[in-house]
Design a protein around this ligand. Structure first.
Ligand SMILES: [Zn+2]
Ligand SMILES: [Zn+2]
Length: 80
């Protein structure tokens, strides 16, 4: 399978992963790795671990948490 994002640019690059959200095949350049928390409250055996979540650049842009600098603009509007 070849990289979807490279394919849109007319290039053929072997894919190394698939996006966890949209399923597009992605190469190393177009993959974004996010930490994914795994918390399971098993009886007597809780699991707190982290693994990875591979996303394409398109999904990463949409799904990534908003930067803290963006929160400063979201001030409540006071009427009157
Ligand atoms: Zn690519
Ligand atoms: Zn994607």
């Amino acid at each position: 399978m070849n990289c979807y994002d490279h394919g849109t640019q007319g290039e053929v690059v072997a894919a190394v992963a698939t996006c966890a959200n949209c399923g597009a095949a992605i190469c190393a350049v177009h993959s974004r790795v996010e930490e994914k928390r795994l918390d399971q409250n098993g009886v007597g055996n809780p699991v707190h671990a982290s693994t990875r979540n591979l996303l394409c650049v398109s999904c990463d842009r949409v799904l990534a948490p908003q930067g803290l600098e963006d929160l400063g603009d979201q001030r409540p509007a006071f009427a009157g």
